[in-house]
Design a protein around this ligand. Structure first.
Ligand SMILES: Cc1ncc(COP(=O)(O)O)c(C=O)c1O
Length: 423
């Protein structure tokens, strides 16, 4: 994606609005995404000419006179630092506007408020556990009803898109099984029944997938992950393809009080500048790790859309510009082997989350997806011997070596030094 359509001297100009989020000024011409990420808000400070945009922490702003409000009046409703981040995210996703939220789940909450009350939300069976829990909780309160669908099963899909569907929730690649769902096809089906289509683009970021170009109405992010990339901020964003939906999302962000703090926006903007450089390093390392996993006898199956053996390989090649750096796999030897794998790791930390510079390993069954009832996890294909890795930007040799050592440890019974029979 990088390196095309470079237009020199086109600042990431964002017109501030008194309440709600930033809207891209109509005069701005497109520029390549790498430049857009690096230069978001650069050299736009009108007060002192600072090259990097300042951080505005003030919660409120002085009115010039009664009835003459400032551009921003109150930081929940609007803030210059947040507006710069929102403008950058809208530009990178190819949307009209964005609202930055206090967490990825806050972004999910805002997006769900654009679903007409009483309608049906379609969501994949294997979506992120927190999204699953929120959908169930809001459906339980009567806000809408929810149907979990296997978007790869043609009969399920044909049945699912009924006229009462108000929103179609798409998460691709899915968490944690890396299933690839057809964004263009599902968004077209959503439009045909008058439903809002939403794509959670957390796993890839706009560096590797641009759902709005494929027909999505809204893109949701946990910016906690690749967008910030340094595992030191929790945040989210909703990007809207059209101005009306964008205004609605911003209105809900303000109304619900879930807009992101200026300081967290500042940090996230700082992380965003290196997104494309990080994604390249993640890709290099993931290739080394996936290779190690595929070659090791302790691994039963690897879920990674960059592998030809993966069911979504062709579709991923079509709608993504890279396979990403999240990989999951199942071990031979069940839960006991899985424990030994985690114990054997040195360069991966056993922790939730993903998309940071540091490599992480997690056990979806007991960690990220524990909020799904057991039957839902089983139905979604999430097993207790499934391991998910978020491959960071450390040295590829260190990471591949670490994975190999930990896999060796699953095969050998440490105390007896004997091979454990595979199931
Ligand atoms: C795909 C996806 N969407 C949304 C979220 C929620 O984001 P947050 O933890 O920032 O609230 C997560 C968190 O892991 C996620 O993986």
């Amino acid at each position: 994606m990088a390196g095309s359509d470079v237009v020199e001297g086109t600042p990431n100009r964002v017109e501030p609005r008194a309440s709600g989020s930033a809207t891209l000024a109509p005069a701005r011409r497109p520029r390549d995404p790498v430049t857009a990420a690096v230069r978001a808000g650069v050299a736009e400070d009108t007060a002192f000419g600072s090259v990097m945009p300042p951080l505005y922490l003030s919660s409120n702003y002085e009115f010039q006179a009664l009835g003459v409000p400032p551009v921003y009046d109150y930081a929940r409703s609007g803030n210059p630092t947040r507006a710069t981040l929102e403008g950058a995210l809208a530009e990178l996703e190819g949307g009209q506007s964005a609202v930055a939220t206090a967490s990825g789940m806050a972004a999910v909450l805002v997006a769900l408020h654009l679903c007409r009350p009483g309608s049906v939300v379609l969501a994949p069976k294997d979506c992120y556990g927190g999204t699953y829990r929120l959908l169930q909780a809001l459906a339980g309160r009567g806000q809408f009803s929810v149907r979990f669908v296997d978007f790869l099963e043609p009969a399920d899909v044909a049945e699912a898109f009924t006229p009462d569907v108000g929103m179609v929730w798409i998460e691709t690649p899915s968490n944690p099984l890396l299933r690839i769902y057809p964004i263009h096809d599902l968004c077209q089906r959503a439009a045909a029944v008058g439903a809002v289509s939403v794509v959670d683009n957390t796993f890839l970021s706009p560096a590797l997938q641009r759902p709005i170009e494929l027909g999505a109405d809204l893109v949701v992010h946990s910016t906690t992950k690749f967008i910030n990339g340094h595992s030191d901020v929790v945040g989210g964003a909703v990007v809207a393809a059209d101005a009306e939906a964008g205004a609605e999302a911003s209105w809900w962000g303000n109304c619900l009080g879930v807009t992101q703090s200026p300081f967290d926006c500042y940090q996230t903007l700082r992380g965003l500048r290196t997104l494309h450089a990080r994604v390249e390093a993640h890709a290099r390392n993931t290739a080394a790790v996936v290779d190690a996993l595929c070659k090791h006898e302790a691994v039963r199956v690897v879920h990674y859309p960059g592998l030809e053996s993966h069911g979504g390989f062709a579709l991923a090649a079509e709608q993504q510009s890279g396979a990403g750096s999240i990989v999951s796999f199942e071990l031979r030897g069940g839960l006991a082997a899985t424990r030994r794998f985690f114990d054997g790791l040195g360069s991966f930390s056993l922790a939730e989350s993903l998309g940071g510079v540091e490599s992480l390993a997690c056990h979806p069954w007991s960690m990220t997806h524990a909020s799904m009832p057991e039957h839902a996890r089983t139905e979604a294909g999430i097993r207790d011997d499934l391991v998910r890795l978020s491959v960071g930007i450390e040295s590829p040799d260190a990471l591949a070596g670490d994975v190999n050592r930990a896999l060796d440890a699953t095969v050998l019974n440490r105390t007896a030094g004997q091979a454990i029979p595979f199931a």
